[in-house]
Design a protein around this ligand. Structure first.
Ligand SMILES: Cc1cc2nc3c(=O)[nH]c(=O)nc-3n(C[C@H](O)[C@H](O)[C@H](O)COP(=O)(O)O)c2cc1C
Ligand code: SF4
Ligand code: SF4
Length: 399
């Protein structure tokens, strides 16, 4: 039997753990319906606010292979337009596909008190609020304002520039049902050097980075929040394939949101990524996606750190080596010999175990032995919630 992909969060059943993140991919009711048709585990609509956004043009630019800079703010439509035209289409699609319908709102406590109840009245099953353009000093007040204004479950979506996200999660924990990490990273900028112009049409050309370049930041943020709370965490940032989803789930996420990959690959990517998660679970002997959640968190989240207990040079798996010479080029310790048409050879003595050859080898022909976690001395003053037992446990603060 194929592994179960459905996930339950605050009483809502998600068909699979891959849902849209707010962006142009869910910028209209029609796009929300297309996401549902494309296999999303839920619909999440574009962020609405008290006023329509004035979006500069161009507002999206490609960076590297699948990265993006954007200056899109929130929806360029009014709340009335969403109420009259877009929300009903999205709601009907969620009903047709039997999946939850989530609204997204921003930004100030005043905005949320007026916008929250209207989005709830549009028939959403939950509301995510984003703090992206909010003064971090007002986050607690904002969470409280939305909590007091609506009855449906609420999700606090964090931006990495908001500071210590683990600490922020603890501050708004009493008001929210879940956390989502992260929004795009920045501000950032890119130039057109021929014209000495910014690529984006925003002030100074500033924009927000998304896609694979932000995945490591997002993983760290999910981990940081998940080690502090027992409430569900939603992972967002740079996900493009099933293995990315597994990585976020292992860090403590219950499900994930995707935006940039949909912009480049289309709405069917939801189903494709879900299929890849399924295949990975089946190949690794898991029968339920929920078994993956927090595996890394349990191993390293409460006072363990990763160390190479026995320092050893990487081993060459000869049948995988395609004699490409890359490892010799990237070894700055003269510890590899890999001339053209020759199997790579690693010399133990000069090897610094830096890891670069292992990561750079295109065919996984270099491997380290698996590393063990060893227990560190835990500073008594710091505490977290044990993901497994729910008990308060000491934890070391991240550097
Ligand atoms: C063009 C664009 C527009 C976005 N608009 C919103 C938005 O309105 N509200 C929001 O909370 N996040 C917005 N985001 C952020 C995404 O929801 C997501 O958090 C971020 O892009 C990281 O995920 P990704 O790497 O899968 O894109 C936007 C992202 C992009 C690329
Ligand atoms: S990088 Fe990998 S495949 Fe290329 S020579 Fe080195 S071990 Fe062989
Ligand atoms: S781990 Fe670093 S030092 Fe050792 S062989 Fe590879 S690149 Fe060289």
């Amino acid at each position: 039997m194929p592994a179960n992909l459905s996930v339950e969060l605050f009483g809502l059943k998600f068909k699979n753990p891959i849902i849209p993140a707010a962006g142009p991919n869910v910028g209209t009711g029609k796009q929300c319906a297309a996401a549902a048709k494309g296999g999303a585990g839920a619909i999440l609509a574009k962020t609405v606010s008290a006023k329509a956004a004035e979006v500069p043009r161009p507002d999206m630019w490609k960076y590297d292979k699948l990265g993006m800079l954007n200056a899109e703010l929130w929806t360029e439509m009014t709340l009335e337009e969403w109420e009259q035209r877009e929300f009903p289409i999205a709601r009907a699609a969620a009903k047709e596909y039997g999946i939850p319908f989530i609204g997204s709102v921003g930004y100030t406590p005043e905005d949320l008190r007026s916008v929250g109840p209207r989005v709830e009245a549009a028939g959403v099953n939950a509301i995510e609020f984003t703090i992206h353009y909010l003064d971090p000093a007002r986050v607690v007040e904002t969470a409280q304002a939305l909590r007091e204004s609506v009855k449906v479950p609420i999700i606090g979506k964090f931006s990495p520039h908001a500071g210590d996200l683990g600490e922020l999660a603890m501050q708004i924990d009493p008001y929210v049902d879940a956390f989502a990490c992260i929004n795009s990273v920045g501000p950032t900028m890119l130039l057109n050097i021929e014209r000495v112009e910014p690529v984006l049409g925003s002030e100074f050309g500033y924009g927000w980075l998304s896609g694979p370049p932000i995945k490591p930041i997002a993983l760290r943020c999910v981990f940081e929040v998940a080690r502090r709370t027992t409430k569900p965490v939603i992972g967002i940032g740079g996900i493009t394939c099933g293995k990315d989803v597994i990585e976020f789930l292992m860090c403590g996420a219950s499900l994930v949101e995707i935006c940039t990959v949909v912009m480049y690959k289309g709405q069917d990517v939801h189903a494709k990524i879900a299929r890849e998660v399924q295949e990975w679970l089946d190949a690794h002997g898991y029968d339920d996606v929920n078994q993956i959640r927090g595996l890394y968190l349990k191993k390293y989240g409460i006072g363990q750190r990763v160390v190479t207990q026995k320092e050893e040079a990487p081993v060459v798996i000869e049948e995988n080596c395609v004699k490409c010479t890359i490892c010799e080029k990237v070894c700055f310790y003269d510890a590899i010999s890999a001339p053209p048409k020759t199997l790579a050879k690693v010399f133990d003595a000069p090897c610094f175990q830096c890891g670069l050859c292992v990561a750079a080898c295109p065919t996984d022909a270099l491997v380290f032995k698996p590393r063990d976690g060893v227990t560190m001395k835990i500073p008594a003053a710091l505490e977290a919630t044990d993901a497994e037992t729910g008990e308060r446990r000491a934890w070391p603060k991240l550097a």
